[in-house]
Design a protein around this ligand. Structure first.
Ligand code: NCD
Ligand code: ZN
Length: 347
């Protein structure tokens, strides 16, 4: 039985690092385990322009622990008015790794997102031309579509036509949550890749809603069925190049999570690798963890894998319950906080 595994240093291809005091509080957890992370641009206000991206990257670098070699990768938040010339400048100057679609009001801090997908056609044409990656919160928000079907309908109505309209564009369907979404990615690889979160591999909607409402399992895209979870576990552990690690670690102040109108997002950076390792072990696929965590994503983004390594060991430890955030945010609870974790990062 494998109880210790050394892999290339992983990257987190989908992470919310936030801003201000929250950024300072959460960044060390990601920087401790990952070589690079794609930092999502849904800040308040969002990272909409190259100038915003330069300023945000500087704030992240200032918040990094001394001596850290962690590299933040910045993304551009698309709006109805995004200027293709500015996106191109940000990409060519190495500020932006990609641009992210938030359909307006699909998730946390997406109010300034895209209200009509036709409005970003010129930006997508430009991204296709310059080889810039297109990251998507792949859900429609049409009133006639049930929340559990948003991803599936997005794939059919929006993404499938786009893959034909922009054959040279590389897509990333973020936080895959359904069997159909995972199958869509496989069928459209290598043009389309998909990130998979730890929690979509662990949880079902029965966990979330079946024995008391768990506000800390509320996330977008919402957690789905056991059949979806099983399909995602098979996809992640297959080693196939189109699937890669994206924690979607998304810290929120406690009072925003536990509220009459709670906010979606799970803060999992401290436990993400432990959860992935446990899932891969359960699936008998620890030998595929490196591909998923450290190789496939870099390849999809046209980057080299990290040089360093990380070692995980089957050794119990207790996850921190919460992080303290100076100021009005006060604190954020950690996914699995206070629980005994089976796997840990030891080097
Ligand atoms: C994310 C957040 O909190 O920013 N929330 C979430 O439920 N996943 C946004 C997102 O990725 O949808
Ligand atoms: Zn996210």
């Amino acid at each position: 039985m494998t109880t210790r595994i050394t892999i290339r240093k992983p990257d987190d291809w989908h992470c919310h690092m936030r801003d201000g005091e929250m950024l300072k509080a959460v960044l060390p957890y990601t920087a401790a385990h990952f070589g690079r992370a794609i930092l999502m641009p849904n800040l308040i206000p969002p990272v909409r322009t190259t100038a915003d991206g330069i300023a945000y990257r500087a704030r992240v670098m200032t918040a990094l622990p001394q001596g850290s070699t962690f590299q933040p990768l910045i993304t551009c938040y698309l709006t109805d008015d995004t200027d293709p010339d500015d996106v191109e400048r940000g990409f060519k100057e190495g500020v932006f790794t990609g641009a992210k679609l938030y359909p307006a009001n699909a998730t946390t801090n997406s109010a300034a997102g895209v209200t009509d997908f036709r409005k970003i056609v010129r930006v997508l044409e430009r991204m296709e031309k310059i080889g810039m990656r297109f990251l998507m919160h792949g859900e429609v928000t049409d009133a006639d579509v049930d929340i559990f079907d948003r991803e599936v309908v997005f794939c059919e109505r929006v993404l499938k036509p786009w893959t034909r309209q922009f054959p040279g564009l590389k897509f990333i369907l973020e936080h895959l949550s359904s069997k159909t979404g995972a199958e869509f990615v496989r069928a459209h690889a290598p043009q389309v890749g998909g990130t998979i979160t730890p929690y979509h591999l662990e949880l079902t909607r029965t966990d979330w809603l079946g024995s008391g409402l768990k506000p800390y399992m509320y996330v977008m895209p919402v957690i789905k069925t056991e059949a979806d979870r099983q399909a995602l576990r098979k996809a992640a552990t297959s080693g196939e190049a189109c699937y890669f690690l994206g924690t979607d670690s998304a810290p929120h102040p406690f009072k925003s999570k536990v509220s009459v109108n709670g906010i979606p997002g799970i803060f999992n950076a401290p436990v993400a690798l432990a959860v992935y390792a446990k899932v891969f072990e359960e699936e008998g696929a620890l030998d595929k963890l490196e591909a998923f965590a450290s190789l496939n994503g870099a390849m999809h983004y046209g980057m080299l894998p990290n040089e360093g390594t990380i070692t995980l060991e089957k050794q119990e430890w207790t996850a921190p319950e919460e992080i303290v955030v100076p100021g009005p945010d006060e604190r954020a609870l950690v996914h699995h906080g206070g629980e005994r974790m089976a796997w840990g990062v030891v080097a």
